[in-house]
Ligand binder design. Structure first.
Ligand code: BEZ
Length: 234
């Protein structure tokens, strides 16, 4: 593999998450093996001590318990070194107030990646945007270590963490109930059943007497998850 190919190589949805060992603010991690049996979101940010990244870390750290309740761990990365990470996280805790957040402690691991080994492995270095900083990449890795979704944002645009949580909940509902989720879906709303071609024809469903299912057309059926199924999702 030549250098240019290495820079642009990136995993795809459905691939096994590429393995690596890395030093982090919480000690050494073996990814994704250490997270087997749990969901994990691996995300990159361009640089420590930058304002957009600071707002993102404060937001993600404040929401960490909500992700933990969904059986999901968080792992951050930038191409800065460990001492920069430690100093930046200390500054966040001691000095930064943003919206209603202050004294925010970041307890999830932040990978040091000065060599860019991990960021290249995951296609986080996108030279058209920056060849010295990682873009804002987000990888959703399932409990079996498979990449299930990826989202990339440019350096300029801070992420929407409610959307990251919504995507995680959708993936978990898809796995649990063999359904798909419509545009802007939120837990408690109708889901699409079953994904086209995966279980009987829509005509059979339309003609059937399953009272839970509402067919809008031959290709388009919806249902509400049972109260306890929907309620089980945080
Ligand atoms: C920021 O996080 O503020 C930032 C980082 C890199 C480029 C632009 C903004």
């Amino acid at each position: 593999m030549d250098t240019e190919e290495k820079i642009v190589s990136m995993p795809r949805i459905g691939d096994k998450a590429p393995s690596f060992t890395a030093v982090t603010t919480q000690g050494t991690i073996h990814f994704p093996e250490d997270y087997e049996g749990r969901w994990v979101i691996l995300f990159s940010h361009p640089a420590d001590f930058t304002p957009v990244c600071t707002t993102e870390f404060m937001t993600f750290a404040t929401m960490e318990d909500e992700f933990k309740a969904l059986n999901c761990d968080l792992v951050g990365l930038s191409v800065d070194g460990l001492y920069s990470h430690i100093a930046w996280l200390r500054t966040i805790k001691e000095k930064i107030v943003f919206r209603d957040m202050k004294n925010v402690e970041v307890n999830f691991p932040l990978i040091e990646d000065i060599t860019m080994e991990v960021s290249r492995l995951y296609g986080m270095i996108q030279p058209g945007e920056s060849s010295t900083k990682a873009v804002r990449a987000v990888f959703f890795v399932d409990p079996a270590g498979k990449i299930r979704a990826m989202i990339y944002y440019p350096l300029s645009t801070g992420r929407n963490f409610h959307e990251l949580k919504r995507v995680l909940k959708s993936l978990q509902a898809v796995d649990k109930h063999n359904i798909a989720t419509p545009a802007d879906w939120e837990p408690g709303e109708e889901v699409i059943v079953p994904p086209a071609g995966s279980c009987g024809t829509a005509k059979e469903r339309m003609d059937g007497n399953d009272e839970d299912i509402r067919c809008v057309d031959w290709f388009f059926c919806l249902k509400k998850l049972q109260e306890e199924e929907a309620g089980a999702m945080v």
